[in-house]
Design a protein. Structure first.
Length: 241
């Protein structure tokens, strides 16, 4: 698999950050991913139908993040084209692609738009099949919520793709300046409901607070254990005063 870091800034920003080498490597990988998409479509379109498995070799080689980057960039550049569905255009609009006037066109997929639209749909279905949590599973206004004692949803963008699972997304927030929406500190001390790992994440790495109705059965025992532990510690602290 191509493990080149998907660089998230434009060439101009990379120059300012003294990171042009990272941008160049990522840009080359974007172009290679575009070529792989075009080849997958060429080999799997029979003139009438596109084989739904055509997405697999591209994801195996370039992963979900870079493939999404290339596809979203293509739909941004070709947003005027009515052969792309509204749903796929709406999906692409939610993915930020930095304006890079001299380079964004380098990795626009050149396959027939109507066929490429099917490829984008296959990609979105592949992501949905992972059953990851998203903003639609969260409640409240993230900008105003106190995260203390809440189950938080970690963004997939923060995780390596090899760790993309619900078990790695759900974290119980203990404390930290980042729990409060209006403090300077961003760190949140939390425990993973999947494997019990305790670590710190930054507040902005979470999508939000999980809606209780989406809490999986497997997560409930660990959540109950952590909640009971905190209550015991709180009572212990009160008795010492």
């Amino acid at each position: 698999m191509n493990n080149t870091y998907p660089y998230p800034y434009s060439a101009a920003e990379a120059r300012e950050r003294n990171e042009l080498s990272l941008w160049r490597e990522s840009h080359k990988a974007n172009i290679a991913c575009r070529n792989a998409i075009e080849e997958a479509i060429r080999q799997n379109f029979d003139g009438m139908h596109l084989d739904k498995n055509c997405i697999t070799p591209v994801l195996d080689e370039y992963g979900f993040k870079r493939t999404a980057w290339v596809l979203a960039n293509t739909l941004h550049e070709l947003k005027w084209d009515g052969r792309f569905s509204y749903a796929n255009k709406h999906w692409a609009e939610k993915i930020y692609i930095p304006t890079d006037l001299n380079h964004n066109s380098d990795f626009v997929v050149r396959s027939h738009p109507a066929v490429l639209d099917g490829f984008v749909s296959f990609y979105r279905k592949a992501v949905q099949a992972l059953n990851l949590f998203g903003a639609e599973h969260c409640v409240g206004d993230r900008a105003e919520q106190d995260y203390t004692g809440k189950v938080l949803v970690l963004s997939p963008d923060t995780l390596k793709e090899s760790c993309w699972s619900q078990e790695n997304q759900l974290w119980y927030a203990h404390d930290g300046f980042g729990c409060s929406p209006h403090t300077i500190g961003r760190s949140v001390r939390c425990t993973c409901l999947g494997d019990g790992e305790m670590t710190h994440w930054n507040r902005n790495e979470f999508i939000g607070v999980l809606d209780d109705k989406f809490l999986p059965e497997w997560a409930k025992p660990k959540l109950a254990e952590l909640s009971a532990q905190e209550q015991t510690e709180a009572l212990g602290g009160m008795s010492m005063k």
